[in-house]
Ligand binder design. Structure first.
Ligand code: ZN
Length: 70
């Protein structure tokens, strides 16, 4: 019998793990939209926008206040 000692020690750690919920809300992403951190090319402010972005780096998008002033 190979490694009978190991399985014997594991048996004592048999506890119900129902309290552990491995659901992370941050991993749930919209189908094609996700929260992306953008930088405003006008005021240089960082803001979060919801759109589809597969590229790397920080996309340049106008923030809410600059968009209103255009
Ligand atoms: Zn701005």
């Amino acid at each position: 019998m190979p490694s009978a000692k190991r399985s014997a020690s594991k048996k004592s750690v048999a506890k119900p793990s129902q309290a552990i919920i491995s659901e992370e809300p941050e991993t749930v992403i919209d189908h094609d939209k996700s929260k992306v951190e953008c930088v405003c090319p006008k005021c240089g402010k960082k803001h979060i926008m919801n759109f589809h972005w597969i590229g790397r780096g920080t996309p340049r998008k106008y923030c809410q206040s600059c968009r209103d002033s255009i």
